[in-house]
Design a protein around this ligand. Structure first.
Ligand code: S3P
Length: 433
């Protein structure tokens, strides 16, 4: 399925984006391991998070929904999961696979985790190494790529681990393994990353201690207690209507109920530094997470050097930020972002090739991009099967004199079901072809 997007000048209206993907994965995982029935609404009914729900159903967890975003999970307790009949297919989801690797490493049964073509190329050494230090028995393909085969072990032990890269997935993997480990598991990060696991563990009643870049839990005993909460809209999905409104000739959009956890709001800081008119309205809490409505208006942008400390706080937003940078006056420099090479695609290469196809001057760096603001032309961009590359380049049509076509957009359904309908409602002339 391709997108065909015709030029348009005005982006306006109100919208709500689908629930946060990171929080939706974690909600199912912790609810499954809790005692009692958990309920949440706002769950992302995307392919990635549905794969996580299917994995827990395959391990004997009763899950109702999602129905209009509402989910009920009958928790089986920390030791209540059952061996699945076959391999667990995590689809396109790095988060699903890496977090489950940790959660399942301490079970009393073996399990195999598989994924689609993109996930099967993604590096798993980052979780295999520390999990083995904890005593886990797991194997992968040559090159440490999936499938991951976990075999049962008698008991994991806690470790004190310094992450070599800023990764919330690795941090979360080890904290979830830490639930089953004897003693304390501590993870130190080189830079702050999303802290949804820490917040949610606390919400399910499991003590977590946090001290400047270091998080610890004590495992081996205790229980998670079922709870209820609302999952906020995903700021990583809000990024697309947000950038659309910023770069349109005329734009004003209100995106309601977006999660604004400070470990996720790097995109707001980066776009504001570029001159974007963004205001947070009606700040409030949804369970353990802060939420606000985001008002954004068409703005004249200027290129900046993105501060490297903001990179982990905006790690999934660089496809959209790159499109904004192409519309800015002057040069934008992104560095310290080598992790973009191992996302759903090599996003440094995919962004550069897409911008180049649409007439923008761009240079790739080992750890980032240098983008010269300019004028988009029409053309065809390959999404490389990457949902965020597909959505980001659909916005280029707002600044191009001819239509833009994006190839292979089916994976948008992993994170943003209903994308074309929502964006058409705001004025983007987008069709599925
Ligand atoms: C995620 C962490 C990030 C992010 C991914 C979701 C998470 O990955 O890119 O989309 O939910 O923990 P890394 O931990 O690999 O940076």
């Amino acid at each position: 399925m391709d997108y065909r997007v015709a030029p348009a000048v005005r982006i306006a209206g109100r919208c709500r984006v689908p629930g946060d993907k990171s929080i939706s994965h974690r909600a199912v995982m912790l609810a499954a391991l809790a005692q009692g029935e958990s309920r949440f609404d706002g769950f992302l009914a995307g392919a990635d998070t549905l794969a996580t729900a299917a994995a827990f159903r395959a391990m004997g967890v009763a899950i109702d929904g999602p129905q209009d975003g509402s989910v009920r999970v009958q928790g089986v307790g920390l030791h209540g999961l059952q061996p699945p009949a076959g391999a667990l297919d995590m689809g396109n989801a790095g988060t699903g696979m890496r977090l489950l690797a940790g959660l399942l490493a301490g079970q009393r049964f073996g399990v195999t985790l598989t994924g689609d073509e993109s996930l099967s190329r993604r590096p798993m050494a980052r979780v295999i190494g520390p999990l083995r230090q904890m005593g886990a028995d797991l194997a992968a393909e040559e090159g440490d790529t999936p499938p991951l085969v976990l075999r049962p072990v008698a008991q994991l032990r806690g470790i004190d681990y310094a992450l070599p890269m800023a990764s919330a997935q690795v941090k979360s993997c080890l904290l979830l393994a830490g639930l089953y480990a004897q003693g304390q598991t501590c993870v130190t990060e080189p830079a702050p990353t999303r802290d949804h696991t820490e917040r949610m563990l606390a919400a399910f009643g499991w003590p977590v201690t946090r001290q400047r870049g270091r998080v610890c839990i004590t495992g081996g005993r205790g229980s998670l207690q079922a709870t209820q909460f609302s999952i906020p809209g995903d700021i990583s999905s809000a990024a697309f209507p947000l950038v659309a409104a910023v770069i349109a000739a005329q734009g004003e959009v209100l995106i309601e109920g977006v999660g604004v956890n400070p470990t996720r709001t790097g995109i707001l800081d980066i776009l504001r530094a570029m001159g974007a008119d963004i205001t947070l309205l009606n700040p409030r809490d949804a369970g353990a997470e802060p939420v606000a409505d985001i008002r954004v208006r068409a703005s004249r942008l200027r290129g900046i050097a993105v501060p490297p400390e903001l990179v982990p706080l905006a790690i999934d937003e660089f496809p959209a930020i790159a499109v904004a940078a192409a519309c800015a006056q002057g040069q934008t420099l992104i560095t310290g972002a080598a992790e973009l090479r191992v996302k759903e695609s090599d996003r440094i290469a995919a962004i550069a090739s897409g911008l180049g196809m649409l007439g923008i001057t761009v240079e790739t760096l080992p750890d980032g991009l240098r983008i010269e603001g300019g004028q988009f032309r029409g053309g065809t961009v390959d999404s490389h099967g990457d949902h965020r590359i597909a959505m980001a380049f659909s916005l280029a049509a707002l600044r191009a004199p001819e239509p833009v076509r994006i190839r292979d957009c089916v994976n948008v359904g992993t994170s943003f079901p209903g994308y074309t309908v929502l964006m058409r409602g705001l004025g983007l002339e987008i069709e599925e072809a």
